[in-house]
Ligand binder design. Sequence first.
Ligand code: SF4
Length: 458
Amino acid sequence: MAGPSRLQWEAGRAPDALWWQPDRDAVAPPAAIVQPGPRVPKSFVALARAAACHRSADRWALLYCLLWRLTHGERHLLTQVGNPDVARVNRYAKAVRRDVHKMKAFVRFRTMAEPGFEAPRYVAWFEPEHAVVEYAAGFFQHRFANMRWSILTPDRCAHWEGGGAIWFSPGTDKTAAPAGDVTEEAWRVYYRSIFNPARLKTRAMMSEMPAKYWRNLSEAALIPGLIAGADRDVAAMEAAQSAHDTLRCGATPETPGTALARRAEAAERGSLEQLALRAAGCRRCGLCSPATRTVFGEGPADARIMLVGEQPGDAEGLAGRPFVGRAGRLLDAALADAGLDRRALYLTNTVKHFKFTPKGRRRLHAKPDYDEVRACGPWLEAEIDRVAPDIVVALGATAAAALLERRVSIVRDRGKRIDWHGRCLTLTVHPAFILRSRERRDDEYRRFVADLRAAAAA
Ligand code: SF4
């Protein structure tokens, strides 16, 4: 509490019994406020320290009034942010803190030779909106602890000798501070180097760095030119960046789709290899998105027998090859028992991508629907056209229905030889069906081998 105010306080004078007159000396002595006195909330002390630096003539009357109320039954007054006195003191404190923030940002020291000292003194001129020099001096003491410096303002001047205590002197005018020094150009070079025209936001910049501070900033002379040339500089940066990218990365890398298309183009026209490469990039139905790989058929291009399954399973989808999972191993065994060499056969599926339902980390088989079978039909037709087998063996109802384009009962038509587009088509079960037939597995396996043997005999 300032001296005269304290005397009034000790005399027990209520706020409305006092009248106030403007300071003759505009400088607030905030250190005096924290001297022992009435017990008040800590938040009031911090608030009062800031608000006391405000230039408004009524600040002491306001602070005295708040102090009186806080100590006369309104201890929680500061929590009433809508109260006019509380709102006003908060507004004053906020303005002062903002002014301190600007002071920290815009004080520019310049060197000044000082008789008797080898090292120069650093002197800054600043024009704060409020009487904040003493309030902000501690910041500069810590930040520039090893320097000897002075901050001159019209109200009050702060001085630090590199140790001891900060001392203050009355305000002065700008002529007491050096107008420039050798560091000016360094400031400008630094500012020019950190200015990024691509991130220029003129309104935000003007709000953060109001023009009233420019006259004391050596770099401010650059600002209009930098703003005016921002568009041109951004274009130059983009041009330089694209040149840099070309140098660093070389040609743009091929996407997987482009690489597949290029390889397919280079492959023998109409060959199985070309078909497989084209199918690898197929997007005709939604099965390609969750699936791992396209599983095209495999086997000799002149195979006499073609086996057609339903769709690849989990293992096939990962390996990218047909019939390599559990069902595939059962098929291998059955083929061997039927006297057939897998390497002489062409093995494929009706649908080339694995359809599944995720369950935890597992992918459970899901039956392809009619649209998916139809979408994939052209690939199977192309394989049959290219291989031109004498015998086609449909493994399961999905393959049989896709080939015959109608609903098929394997139970009813199994083992029959059907004349199909000039070829022999026979139907049997899918090896996965045998795996699922737990109790009748041996019987089913024997029937399956017999079906394959019959097909081979055909
Ligand atoms: S399932 Fe067949 S049609 Fe669908 S994306 Fe795969 S290859 Fe193409």
